[in-house]
Design a protein around this ligand. Structure first.
Ligand SMILES: NC(=O)c1ccc[n+]([C@@H]2O[C@H](COP(=O)([O-])OP(=O)(O)OC[C@H]3O[C@@H](n4cnc5c(N)ncnc54)[C@H](OP(=O)(O)O)[C@@H]3O)[C@@H](O)[C@H]2O)c1
Length: 354
């Protein structure tokens, strides 16, 4: 990077992933030379990010495409951790990066967050797939159909690299778990909890017993939030210090995976937490009926996603970034009682209010 100051445009700062990654990047040895602009919807959080964390804030949403284009045009690096399915937002970011390249001739960086759901199949808990995709397997990744979840946006990000006006790095987190912690969480700015386990905990608490789709034989990869943040940090640092060793564009898929668990493992752990909290008599999950599935998860897509196989290997991160995750499936299962308790408290608070 030629300029003394590094301009970064950042989306998703108030999110579970985005908060953890941002606070890790703020600890980079060269952080005092970074000019980070965050896109934030909430006015109160925007103020705190400015006053307490020294960030520049653009108040707005991914729908404000003019702002996305303008901020991306001004950035050496765009780190996008907000909605990975938002096509107009990606197009607006790319328009800004292209303008920058045409004006200055440099190649700005795009670090885009996608997700391992791109690999999901139609198991619906009936079988464990033996297909495990390495992120070094360019042919397998190149063969993913545009219709795969998140992939329309991924392909846009890759096209910027192929067309030569930006360098794109695509991060595919698996099932992220663990309570996020640190200054952005202590300040009440970023979300502490992930998505999938609270969804299931909420549904099974209301049901009074854990449920499963099929036999829960499907397998997903998992990773702890702190290991995820470290992964982004190592990639970011390598981009600053030694980008020549990094794959980008079509060779820039980075899975973030530490371990694996089955659908049944999660349901059973939630079932045990329900029993411990006095919310169920039996920890053993029972099969959800089609009516329950739709009622609990709203759509068949979500049911298929949660009980799919998504098995992958983060070989690129382990090899080129020397990323060494500290946590695995035991930690995931150990985290579930706390997650269930938090969801129960929310349900009870909502009941008391109504
Ligand atoms: N968590 C996982 O296990 C996981 C795994 C793989 C992939 N992913 C993907 O990674 C992305 C981030 O996930 P997450 O778990 O960090 O989600 P999250 O906690 O809900 O955070 C989402 C972040 O994006 C922001 N955002 C969302 N829509 C926006 C919009 N229209 N305009 C402006 N900001 C917007 C949110 O802002 P507000 O605070 O204003 O809502 C928040 O800062 C998602 O696309 C998710 O599908 C997540």
């Amino acid at each position: 990077m030629s300029s003394d100051r590094l301009t970064i445009f950042y989306t998703g700062a108030t999110g579970y992933i985005g908060g953890s990654v941002l606070q890790r990047i703020l600890k980079h040895p060269r952080a005092s030379t970074f000019d980070i602009t965050v896109l934030v919807r909430d006015a109160k959080k925007a103020k705190m990010l400015e006053s307490k964390f020294g960030l520049k804030v653009v108040q707005g949403s991914l729908e404000d495409t003019d702002k996305l284009t303008e901020e991306s045009e001004n950035a050496h690096i765009v780190i996008h951790t907000a909605d990975c399915d938002h096509e107009p937002a990606m197009k607006a970011i790319l328009a800004g990066l292209k303008k920058r390249h045409e004006k200055l001739g440099d190649k700005p960086i795009l670090i885009h967050t996608s997700g391992a759901a791109v690999l999901m199949d139609e198991s619906r808990g009936r079988f464990a797939s033996d297909k495990v995709v390495s992120d070094l397997d360019i042919a397998a990744l190149g063969a993913l159909p545009p219709s795969a979840p998140h992939h329309v946006v991924d392909l846009l990000a890759i096209s910027a690299d192929t067309e030569g006006y930006a360098l794109s790095y695509l991060i595919f987190p698996t099932l992220i778990f663990g309570t996020a912690s640190g200054p952005l969480y202590d300040a009440g700015i970023a979300k502490k909890y992930s998505i999938a386990i609270p969804w299931m905990a909420d549904a099974f608490l209301k049901r009074g017993r854990a449920g499963v789709v099929g036999t829960g034989a499907n397998i997903w990869a998992n990773v702890h939030i702190d290991d995820t943040a470290e992964f982004y940090y190592l990639l970011f640092d390598a981009i600053l210090t030694d980008p020549s060793k990094l794959g980008h564009g079509r060779e820039g898929y980075y899975f973030v995976e530490a371990d694996e668990q089955s659908g049944y493992d999660i349901s059973k752990a939630i079932g045990e937490a329900l029993v411990a909290l006095g919310r169920a008599d039996d920890a053993e999950p029972t099969e959800l009926t089609p009516e329950e599935r739709v009622q609990m998860f709203g759509s068949e897509y979500l049911v298929t996603l949660l009980w799919s196989n998504a098995r992958c290997r983060a070989d690129r991160g382990r090899k080129t970034l020397d990323w060494k995750p500290k946590y695995g499936t035991k930690d995931l299962l150990d985290s579930i009682p706390h997650e269930v308790e938090v969801v129960l408290k929310k349900q009870l608070a909502a009941e008391n209010q109504s």
